[in-house]
Design a protein around this ligand. Structure first.
Ligand code: NG6
Ligand code: CA
Length: 505
């Protein structure tokens, strides 16, 4: 008998919609691809209202999955968010902060991480892209195998940008060895003293293709001055304009190699972090200059991974988690005219704040989860933190956690799968102060001083420092304008108590 629904939908030119099937929690082993974008704001994707740039691939992912409206990175900067994501522990507990490119690994290899847990469940694990969690044990020698690193914390395969695009060394590491390094030209890196290597930004501004503030005027490599100094390694230097292609290629070859067996790929994009130097293929893809162009570039990477999964017939059985590590920033040091060209686009999606800020846009992330086999498309307003992915995925793949594992990770699998809109009751937000969410209430803890550190002053960032407690009701004050702390002393007290409980104070 003809399937009437199919005939009708085909007639209308629509594809047939297969509703998700019931899954057996604890027994499922979907492939998991975690696409972690850098510095992408809530409003930077089409589905969340982007203007001036189109993100068709990301929007398609959202159309086939759940678009989360209240899911958060653990912190408003990169290293702390990544630390929490991989360990299931809040960053403040180990004082994880943004680190330099020669910093030691900040995850203790003894800790059972998210990739360790998935490995135990039978997954092949890989990380491709930005690391920024430190490598080695201090005094890193870049000319041999750099360890400890990803392997020692649970990744079978790694292909890394060791720190950030704006920090030396500007080389890739594959399985913890610099790619393309010549033995005759060893690499040296320093963040404290100038090395007699590449020209530096303070002396040779004429060599720069993008000008920058005084904090990014170290070694000039590929026409871009970076934080820190580097010598040697010429044959191994990356070309910024090629990064999206190189990383996507490695991500897709990891998928290809592991297609037969469940895999976990942490695809950690360099985009849309500065220096925002789009490949010529994406120059003027947006009306917002380089920042918009690299959003288009990021979206292309997403599309390539989706295409690879489709080609291998893995779409239905792969869970794609798409999100970002911290909120958006227009001016983080390099002069690419993002503030001037942003137009009506709202990178934070109308939420107050940015990267480095405790206001909502600092941690409220664009977040999409797609897994066609098990998830019906939709939108979820569940309050969730990336720190919860660890316990939630452990539940999915049937791994029991010991008490010491992922101590801050709450299990909210049903929320991540869109089966309930109930998420966290209490959610911690970390920036350079602490915030707490309980339902629609947002509390920002007072600080002894509201003085903004020197390096943040010029970034047009409001970090949310206040000597008085701040309380907002996001339901009718989405942009955190009206402090209602004085009218609700009981709620303030209750939220401070919750915070004390978490902070152990
Ligand atoms: C800051 C850098 C900024 C950026 C950021 C890390 C200065 C003044 N600014 O310290 O350029 O690299 O670190 O960004 O040094 S993140 O997304 O990795 O957190
Ligand atoms: Ca970041």
């Amino acid at each position: 008998m003809l399937n009437i629904k199919f005939v009708l939908l085909s007639f209308l030119g629509l594809s047939t919609f297969t509703s998700a099937q019931e899954i057996i929690i604890g027994k499922e082993k979907p492939n998991i691809v975690l696409i972690y974008v850098d510095d992408l704001g809530y409003g930077d994707i089409g589905i969340n209202g982007a203007i001036g740039v189109e993100t068709p691939n990301t929007d398609k992912l959202a159309a086939n999955g759940i678009n989360f409206t209240d899911a958060h990175s653990a912190a408003a900067t990169c290293t702390p968010s990544r630390y929490s994501l991989l360990t299931g522990q809040y960053a403040f507990r180990s004082k994880a902060q943004i680190i330099d490119g020669d910093a030691s690994l900040i995850i203790n290899p003894e800790v059972r991480t998210l990739p360790d847990m998935l490995k135990h469940a039978g997954y092949s694990t890989g990380v491709v892209g930005k690391w920024h969690l430190g490598l080695g044990n201090g005094n890193t020698n870049w000319n041999g195998r750099v360890h400890p690193g990803p392997k020692e914390v649970g990744f079978d395969y790694s292909f890394l940008i060791p720190s950030t695009g704006d920090r030396v060394p500007t080389v890739y590491l594959e399985n913890q060895k610099v790619v393309g390094l010549s033995a005759n030209d060893p690499i040296h890196v320093s963040y404290t003293e100038r090395l007699d290597g590449y020209p530096i930004g303070t002396e040779h501004p004429e060599l720069l293709k993008q000008h920058t503030d005084s904090q990014h005027l170290g070694s000039i490599i590929n026409g871009i001055s970076r934080i820190g100094y580097m010598k040697g390694g010429e044959s191994a230097l990356w070309v910024d304009e090629e990064i999206p292609f190189v990383l996507t290629n490695r991500a897709n070859s990891f998928i290809n190699t592991h297609a037969e067996k469940p895999f976990f790929l942490f695809f950690s994009l360099h985009d849309i972090h500065q220096p925002r130097i789009a490949n010529i293929k994406f120059v003027e893809a947006s009306s917002m200059g380089p920042r918009g162009d690299v959003i288009a570039q990021m979206d292309w990477c997403v599309g390539q991974v989706m295409g690879q999964l489709e080609k291998l017939g893995l779409t239905k059985d792969t869970m794609i988690i798409f999100t970002s590590d911290n909120g958006p920033i227009l001016d983080d040091g390099y002069l690419d005219y993002a503030p001037e060209l942003v137009g009506d686009h709202s990178p934070g999606g109308g939420f107050k704040g940015s990267k480095y800020s405790i206001y909502e846009a600092g941690t409220r992330m664009p977040t999409i989860v797609s897994w066609p086999k098990a998830i019906n498309p939709g939108t979820s307003h569940a309050l969730l933190s990336q720190v919860d992915l660890y316990a939630s995925l452990a539940k999915l793949v049937g791994q029991k956690l010991e008490k010491k594992d992922a101590p801050d990770s709450e299990e909210h699998l049903n929320a991540w799968l869109g089966k309930t809109s109930e998420g966290r009751k209490v959610l911690l937000e970390e920036a350079y102060t602490f915030g707490l969410r309980m339902g629609d209430y947002k509390y920002i803890m007072p600080k002894k001083s509201n003085e903004v550190p020197e390096w943040l002053v010029n970034k047009f960032v409001d970090p949310g420092f206040s000597t008085l407690p701040l309380l907002f009701n996001l339901k009718n004050d989405r942009s955190e304008e009206h402090n209602i702390a004085a009218q609700h002393p009981k709620i303030v007290e209750q939220m401070q108590q919750q915070l004390n409980k978490i902070l152990g104070t």
